[in-house]
Design a protein around this ligand. Structure first.
Ligand code: GDP
Length: 358
């Protein structure tokens, strides 16, 4: 699926950069272009993709701190410039636009809903948001920012793929090392999904094309992405269980948002050498996914690649429920209501907010 990436804020910029890097290193070239948007000049320096510095008149390149209302205001004020920069990149070839963002900060948290709304008004192609949910140990202000941002984004974007920072956190890593690991894992999953959606017919037995990715995400609301790979056996027959194991672990332990797996639609992409991928394994895995998600809309196909592993990439679209998300909104609402050291910011942020205490 030919895509233009837009990274907003620090985390968003890094993520867009990593996804483009993965895509180009593997030679897939599904990412047509990428742009980073930030109000903090320093955060743009380390990125290899083009960038726009917004809010210079207000914050002079120093960022908005954790003030996501200011983040929204400066995006609104500089929309014309952002639109112009994006207009050069979103050519007729593009099949989707993906905004990447950390929900808990300021620039990405506030700016992403504003930009998503504008882009859905302008373009016919779907606008997706790849949204990083803050870890449970992050501050109350972060949870509040993220809660409000996520609510607004899901009302506007065609689908919101949620990445839970807690889902991939490994013990013993520093925060920045941990982030880098997470970013690379996300880049691999999203990069594979975009490349698989290119569907080069005639190579695999059944390939995926961009319409299948789009249809899976069409349910809107929240989506999740999962991946797992298992060493492949020599014979196709032996790989019946390999495909099943890869698929089950992609969903049960490799998903970007852990918890409930009930969904309106799902997509299963099996990666590996075409003559090692077991058709029977793929068929039974699809049936398992139907049972697991409660959806009869399970699409699928292969993504042929030179590898001694078989991998399963799973996308769940229109997630019905998630304990993690429910708990997150609960905590964000409580944090918004509670008088804490962040009271001033919280009050300011929610003065004119009409949504369920968020
Ligand atoms: P902004 O620049 O004001 O938009 O703020 P950030 O992008 O730094 O967003 C802050 C949130 O994003 C934090 O609460 C973290 O949850 C998350 N975050 C920051 N950097 C990274 C990163 O590199 N990777 C991941 N996965 N999450 C990050």
């Amino acid at each position: 699926m030919k895509t233009v990436l837009v990274g907003i804020g620090q985390a968003g910029g890094k993520l867009a950069d990593r996804i483009l890097e993965f895509d180009h290193e593997r030679g897939y070239m599904s990412v047509k272009d990428a742009l980073a948007i930030n109000s903090a000049k320093a955060d743009l320096k380390s990125l290899s993709i083009d960038s726009v510095l917004i809010g210079q008149a207000r914050v002079k390149g120093h960022g908005v701190g954790g003030d996501n209302e200011l983040g929204a205001e400066i995006m609104e004020a500089d929309l014309a410039e952002v639109q112009e920069k994006l207009g050069e990149r979103v050519t007729a070839e593009a099949e989707s636009i993906i905004l990447t963002t950390g929900l808990g900060g300021g620039t990405g948290s506030g700016g992403t809903p504003v930009l998503a709304r504008r882009l859905t008004e302008i373009y016919d192609i779907p606008v997706y948001v790849l949204a990083i949910l803050p870890g449970t140990e992050e501050s109350n202000l972060t949870q509040v920012n993220a809660g409000r941002s996520l609510k607004t984004i899901t009302k506007t974007a065609d689908a919101t793929i949620v990445i839970d920072n807690d889902a991939w956190k490994s013990t013993g890593e520093s925060l920045s090392d941990g982030y880098e690991t997470i970013n690379q894992q996300i880049a691999k999953r999203v990069g594979l999904l975009l490349a698989a959606g290119e569907g080069s017919a005639g190579v695999g037995e059944s390939v995926v094309d961009s319409s299948e990715v789009i249809n899976t995400l069409q349910a809107g609301g929240l989506a999740a992405i999962g991946y797992n790979q298992v060493p492949a056996a020599e014979s196709t027959e032996e790989n019946i269980t390999t495909v099943r194991t890869a698929t089950r672990s992609a969903v049960l332990s490799g998903l970007s948002l852990t918890g409930e797996t009930a969904a309106e639609a799902a997509l299963l992409v099996v990666t590996g050498e075409p003559d090692r991928i077991s058709r029977k394994g793929v068929e039974t895995s699809r049936r398992w996914l139907e049972d697991e998600t409660g959806s009869m809309q399970v699409r699928g196909g292969d993504f042929p690649m030179d590898s001694d592993h078989i991998g399963s990439l799973v996308v769940l679209g229109g997630l019905q429920q998630s304990d993690r998300i429910d708990g997150f909104f609960q905590r964000a609402s409580e944090a918004a209501a509670a008088p804490t050291e962040t009271e001033d910011e919280s009050d300011k942020l929610f003065q004119n907010d009409e949504i369920d205490g968020l």
